[in-house]
Write a protein that binds this ligand. Structure first.
Ligand code: CP
Length: 311
């Protein structure tokens, strides 16, 4: 069954069936990364362009690895080494890349809406690898895969998303995807970091970490985005940490089967204590592993599973 969308611009366009299919396909691809020869011919002859205008460790590398594990040809372009530094705009960049017949393009950009703009000017499918504070759909999908792998089912699970919701594309993509999958979402943080639209979205809001995490199945800790804190929303990082850093003490009254996730990169000791980050409930590196499988699934499903050979 094909996905209901040609592009992956955000989770708000994905149906429950789409998400289920992406997670099921990703599950079936996990095993490929455990083989001695980590490669299948599924996308042989296909060309993937990764266009990254913002720094990235996890997303960029895992999109590249995902393409290569499916035998596609993968080209990586950084904003800083592209002709955008000479003044070429994003639309002209996209059109010129399109003229070289890629089969799919992945884009990360600091401007919200950049992936959607690109999709209006090129024929090949576009995957949004993070646009400003708007969406980061592949991160939300790998988070769901990680949770589903440990809980079996997503329906009815309670999640607390803690931290800088205001600037977080990860939070926005997760809230939409989690609600689509029947999960209940609560956001937790100081008032200046919680956008007003949260309650309208049907999300519970809390400013008390210890209270907000008592009954949840999953805590998603967000990075304080130091590079986007130029509006003076936080008085100090120390004050933020005093109230909202996830520590062993704050976890004292939580469920025994609680899962802790974080999209990375982590500010150690600011939003999460070192012992919690490296403790038995933390799935942070498991999320990174699942990122490869989810991105393989996205390439495979968008590039026409009918023509591909997954073995
Ligand atoms: N989670 C995430 O997007 O990490 P990177 O910025 O390293 O890609």
């Amino acid at each position: 069954m094909a996905l209901s969308t040609k592009n992956i611009l955000g989770t708000k366009e994905l149906t429950k069936d789409d998400i289920q299919q992406i997670l099921d396909t990703a599950d079936s691809f996990k095993e490929i990364s455990t083989r001695a020869i980590k490669k299948v011919p599924a996308l042989r002859g296909k060309t993937i362009i990764n266009l990254f205008f913002e720094p990235s460790t996890r997303t960029r590398t895992s999109f590249e690895i995902a393409g290569k594990r499916l035998s596609a040809d993968v080209i990586n372009i950084s904003g800083s080494t592209s002709s955008t530094v000479k003044g070429e705009n994003l639309i002209d960049t996209a059109r010129n890349l399109e003229a070289m017949s890629p089969d799919i393009m992945v884009i990360r950009h600091h401007c919200s809406g950049a992936a959607e703009l690109l999709s209006q000017f090129v024929d090949s499918p576009i995957i949004n690898a993070g646009d400003g504070s708007h969406e980061h759909p592949s991160q939300a999908l790998l988070d769901l895969l990680t949770i589903r792998s440990h809980k079996g089912d997503l329906e009815g699970l309670k999640v607390a998303i803690v931290g800088d919701i205001n600037h977080s594309r990860v939070a926005r993509s997760n809230i939409r995807a989690m609600q689509t999958m029947g999960m209940k979402v609560r956001v937790v943080g100081p008032p200046p970091l919680i956008p007003v639209e949260m309650e309208r979205l049907g999300v519970e809001v809390s400013h008390n970490l210890t209270e907000a995490i008592k009954d949840v199945d999953v805590i998603m800790v967000l990075r304080i985005q130091l590079e986007r804190q130029n509006q003076g929303l936080l008085s100090s990082l120390r004050e933020y940490s005093n109230y909202f850093c996830l520590t062993s003490e704050s976890l004292a009254h939580t469920r025994d089967d609680l899962l802790i996730i974080h999209p990375g990169p982590v500010n150690r000791g600011i939003e999460i204590a070192l012992d919690v980050m490296e403790g038995p409930r933390s799935l942070i590196l498991n999320q990174v592993t699942n990122g490869v499988a989810v991105r393989m699934a996205l390439f495979y499903l968008l590039l026409g599973e009918k023509n591909a050979n997954p073995n």
